[in-house]
Design a binder for this molecule. Structure first.
Ligand SMILES: Nc1ncnc2c1ncn2[C@@H]1O[C@H](COP(=O)(O)OP(=O)(O)OP(=O)(O)O)[C@@H](O)[C@H]1O
Length: 269
């Protein structure tokens, strides 16, 4: 699928082909403005792709980057209301609301209006609303930001519980250590494409290097797969060196970049 925000405008994402397995924790990384939030909105169905489509309809919950806090509810009232929307009885919805506020250390604010909550407590409510309905697909866009240490650890635990229960959790977080060692897949958004990235526990590259001779204009896209080294640079021509196992992903990223890079040659180092 692909997404651009205006006709004739730049493609924020293009050629995205992603399958999300069950019972999996999936991290999406990439620099500011690369299109991570756009991708998460497409995955949740809160935004539609400009081309291509998203298939499958798991029960989905989403913590967006910006939570709309100014709704006329108390924290507990809001969570109970959402529980009812998800089909729970009033009593079950109240119980779940209380349970999640308690777990995130926000029980004292159950009767506070959403508009009066501090930023951090409001974020706790945002996270609680997503966990409340035991979603099959949980999508977290920097959901840890603003939470205190205890709540961040609690969210880590809640995420692992969801995955153990068979759910798919897709998350973006700027802390590279977040849930490290628990991820099943990692992707980087760069140059409008989505690129598989090595997991923290993956074996180190075997040592074989590949050289790529490329030409193009402007700087190289950030966070290229395999973190290639630039060996030479003149008049827009460059030679990159990368571990052999990353060369296919690197070629794809260079070709998908906007503007694309031209590949003049690929050779063993
Ligand atoms: N609703 C929108 N209308 C127009 N352009 C948008 C819209 N949402 C995002 N964009 C543009 O799409 C690009 C990707 O934005 P997005 O928020 O998806 O990036 P991101 O990787 O999540 O960034 P960050 O790490 O800063 O949150 C940016 O250039 C942004 O300006």
């Amino acid at each position: 699928m692909g997404r651009r925000y205006s006709i004739g405008g730049p493609w924020v994402l293009r050629g995205i082909d992603l399958e999300l397995p069950e019972a999996a924790l999936v991290r999406v990384g990439g620099p500011n403005g690369a299109g991570k939030s756009t991708l998460l909105r497409l995955i949740t169905g809160t935004d539609a792709p400009t081309e291509g489509r998203v298939t499958g309809r798991p029960r989905t919950a989403y913590v967006p980057e910006r939570f709309p806090a100014a709704l006329p509810f108390t924290a507990a009232g809001y969570l109970t209301h959402l529980g009812r929307v998800h089909g729970l009885s009033r009593r079950a919805a109240e119980e779940r609301a209380g349970h999640w506020l308690e777990r995130f250390g926000a029980a004292a604010h159950a009767d506070t209006g959403l508009a009066e909550l501090s930023k951090g407590t409001s974020q706790k409510v945002a996270v609680a609303q997503a966990l409340l309905a035991a979603p099959e697909l949980l999508v977290l866009d920097e959901a840890w930001t603003g939470l205190d240490t205890a709540a961040r650890a609690e969210l880590d635990r809640a995420v692992r519980e969801r995955v153990t229960a068979g759910a798919t959790v897709v998350f973006v977080d700027h802390d590279p250590a977040r849930l490290a060692g628990h991820e099943d897949a990692r992707y980087t958004v760069a140059g409008a494409g989505l690129h598989p990235a090595p997991l923290s526990g993956d074996p180190k590259p075997s040592g074989a290097l590949v050289l790529l001779d490329i030409t193009g204009t402007g700087p190289l896209p950030p966070q290229l797969p395999g973190s290639p080294q630039e060996l030479s640079w003149s008049d827009g021509s460059r030679t990159l060196s990368v571990a052999a196992e990353h060369s296919d992903d690197l070629l794809r990223a260079l070709l998908a970049a906007r503007p694309p890079w031209h590949i003049r040659g690929v050779r063993p180092a």
